[in-house]
Design a protein around this ligand. Sequence first.
Ligand code: PMP
Length: 448
Amino acid sequence: TRSAAQWSDFGRDHVCHGLGRLKDHVIVRGDGLDLYTAEGKKLLDFTAGIGVTNLGHCHPHVSQAAAAQVNNLVHLQCSISFHAPYLQLIEKLLPAMPHESLDQFFFWNSGSEAVEAAIKLARQATGRQNLIVFNGAYHGRTMGSGALTRSKPIYTQGTGPLMPGVFSTAFPYWHSLGVNPSTSEEELVRLAEHQLDLILRQQTAPKDVAAIFIEPVQGEGGYVACPPAFLKHLRQVCDKHGILLVIDEVQSGFFRTGSYFAIDQLAPELRPDVLVFAKGVANGFPISGIASNKDLMSKLDVGSMGGTYSGNAVACAAGVAAQEVYQSGEIEKNVAARGAELTDYLRKIADSPKTKHLVAEVRTMGLMSSIEFRIPTDPLTLEGVPQGTNVPKNIGKRVQEYCLDRDLMVLTTSCFDTIRFIPALTVSQEQIKTAMDIFTAAVENVAR
Ligand code: PMP
């Protein structure tokens, strides 16, 4: 047997070098928001596996359902027959859909694969090729989904040419548009609408566009919620030109923002043509999917969709149990209460005379919260900072390291200098306090 340190060395030697890592801990157990290392150290997890274990690590109801399924049926290739948990998961998801038209499902394993499925559906159903995405977007890093990702070149650099036919436009976010953080939402929407209009007039004929892909809350892009008016506008543009609207709720779904899906709050009337989901659906078991309407799905050639592990029985059973917990109402209440507390802590940091010169913006929606720090070389982020104020470089990384050294796991996002908070939605008031006391001290430490 190896010691914990030896296992870390082993990992550094044999785990693919291209996989980045926050810390070389070896985790052996998870319970709620606690992670335990091979050395017996306890860590407070504010990452939830990047928004996956929304109900906490090893939620008993979900784990027990999975364990029971392991003894019934582990796998059945879905192009051989239906299996019961697959159908039961659809039955649970149907009433949770943000629009009643979303009544047909295809399951896959990862978010990226589900995005691939959405691309395939959009192209087959419309007979068109082009796709429009938003700057700052993250839709995956496979060859198709990677072509849609616009948050950081590292995800696909050196691997092109990627899938052609993808056009990228500004998200209604000040960075994306090159304007100041204090720009009004109305103005951001107007500017982003203009950019989209230019794409459709100058770069691709609308009749060649199969779909517009959007994250209602950009995840890797910095936890930026899309203004409701812009989502409405997209629906109008899509309707006018026969373009499909694909809503990627991989990171924002399953009560992360306080409602089942983010668009339930941002645009309650919105009809997505395709909804993409993954991460939180089965609280850690690998399953993802797309939901669409029968009309569109019926345009797919039979046999064109599939995959050996599509809709694995254990993952589906875990998904059924997870929906039972999501649908109990408890999670929604906790997200509202804990999200408000977390936001208060972040606003205090943004308002405190000690730290306010470091903060560009606080953004929160439920427990999908972020704090964006100023960047000394990026004048946009320095709005309102008196000349001569010392704004250091890489604030987020330094804050993150301070937290990691104190056994609090927090993540940055891919874009700009932003820390995001994605604890399990079962987080307690004490855990929010513990984490935010450490985090506040971390920001004060950088300000010193
Ligand atoms: N879409 C969004 C919005 C995501 O946040 C992610 C993952 N961060 C993906 C797609 C890709 O999911 P996966 O990593 O499971 O392939």
